[in-house]
Design a protein around this ligand. Structure first.
Ligand code: NAI
Ligand code: MG
Length: 391
């Protein structure tokens, strides 16, 4: 039997993850669930937000379901360490970023699909009225390299500065003192580009999308974006039924509200993928609906895009929307070859959204707080129950 490593993490991660497990069980999916520690509590108590025992569990079982964690800047984090651990050289790093790097979870998949009748759907003026385009776009974000790879300095060491100065464009920075010079690099490898592009095409083929768009900026970032586009053109030849489009990230953001419904699969580097996936998520309901998968060769982790929403963690009953977490669990089912079951859950969600009777506060465009129930919002648990009822 499959074993799922469940990592609720912090804040509302602890609220929404059990809701997704309830739905998985109600769908008839048979699995064992094993809890793993991750997040802020373990940073404070142990000086490590990603304990080795959690890494071991993931190594063993390969499939993780993750809620959300709370992250804070290095200095703020150091102050919250248990007194006995302070000044012992513990440095905070985000455990989800850590997991992506440790297990080389290089493919990040973020489907952004509108549910009919969702009051948060993007609408557009048309003639004398409005139209509501149904968005169905899947973002493939390279998850380990590029601008977020972490190769950066303020006051770069001498060898680095010397090496940089072999580039003619560094002349412009010649007189800048080291401590006033910050450098963040965008490093991409051909293999990683090939892998994300190929997976994007494979996904398009499997799920019937007619186009794959490389969203980069090759006219300016000639080396890194250039490599992505070049590799995409080569790989596209193997998929004659699927069109390859390329857009620039800035223009793509502008077109987001013009014709988002024409885009099938979009593939991009780490930071650009981060930006476009948030952009598209905004068209289909925002953080309450945005799900994701982090896929590596051996280990895969499924998580909602949202964070721990600390301002809502204490509310009881809880107000937050569990749908993003439940859709992430559906992506896990897809990954495990349980597509029929995943579709069954997505159909149930679609029915609840279209019926429009049970809505979390975000779906009513309310400001979050304990008063949302009096205004007609449902609790997190009521939303789950309604989805289960419609299975
Ligand atoms: P956030 O995603 O936690 O919350 C932003 C706002 O979005 C919330 O205040 C709420 O209004 C809304 N929201 C989020 N999830 C929702 C849901 N399920 N239903 C309804 N509304 C929802 O982002 P924020 O406030 O920037 O960060 C809070 C903490 O989460 C920080 O410590 C941050 O580092 C961490 N974070 C963790 C992530 C992860 O675990 N992958 C991702 C993003 C942030
Ligand atoms: Mg983001």
């Amino acid at each position: 039997m499959t074993t799922i490593v469940t990592m609720p993490g912090d804040g509302i991660g602890k609220t929404v993850l059990p809701e997704a497990v309830k739905v998985l069980k109600a769908s008839g999916f048979k699995a064992d669930y094993v809890h793993a520690d991750i997040g802020w509590d373990f940073w404070c108590k142990e000086g490590n937000a990603l304990p080795q025992r959690t890494i071991d569990l993931l190594e063993k079982h390969k499939i993780g379901l993750f809620g959300a964690i709370t992250s804070k800047p290095k200095d703020a984090a150091a102050k919250e360490l248990e007194p006995s651990l302070r000044d012992k050289g513990f440095v905070y790093f985000s455990p989800i970023v850590g997991l992506r790097q440790l297990f080389n979870l290089d493919l990040c998949i973020r489907p952004c699909k509108s549910f009919k009748g969702n009051p948060l759907n993007f609408i557009r003026r048309s003639g004398n009225g409005f139209e509501e385009p149904m968005v169905d776009t899947v973002i493939f974000r390279q998850n380990t390299e590029g601008l977020y790879a972490g190769v950066e300095w303020t006051n770069p060491p001498k060898q680095v500065r010397d090496a940089l100065e072999t580039h003619p464009k560094m002349k412009a920075f010649k007189e800048v003192p080291g401590e006033d010079l910050a450098v963040s690099t965008r490093i991409m490898s051909r293999n990683a580009c090939r892998r994300i592009i190929r997976e994007a095409f494979e996904y398009a083929k499997k799920f019937g999308y007619s186009n794959v768009t490389v969203c980069e900026k090759p006219n300016v970032l000639r080396e890194t974006s250039g490599m992505m586009l070049k590799e995409a053109k080569l790989i596209a030849r193997e998929y004659p039924g699927i069109q390859l489009w390329d857009t620039n990230i800035d223009a793509q953001m502008m077109w987001l509200t013009k014709n988002p419904e024409i885009y099938g699969v979009i593939v991009a580097e780490n930071m650009f993928g981060d930006i476009i996936s948030d952009g598209f998520a905004g068209l289909i309901g925002g953080l309450g609906f945005a799900c994701s998968a982090n896929i590596g060769e051996n280990v895969s982790i499924f998580e909602p895009t949202h964070g721990s929403a600390p301002k809502y963690q204490e509310l009881n009953p809880s107000i937050v929307n569990p749908i993003a977490m439940i859709l992430s669990a559906c992506m896990m089912l897809d990954h495990l070859g349980e597509n029929t079951r995943a579709d069954k859950i997505r159909t149930a969600i679609a029915k609840v959204v279209e019926d429009g009777k049970v809505k979390t506060y975000d779906m009513m465009k309310l400001k979050g707080g304990p008063d949302v129930f009096a205004k007609g919002a449902c609790t997190t648990q009521e939303m789950t129950d309604e989805i289960i009822k419609n299975l």
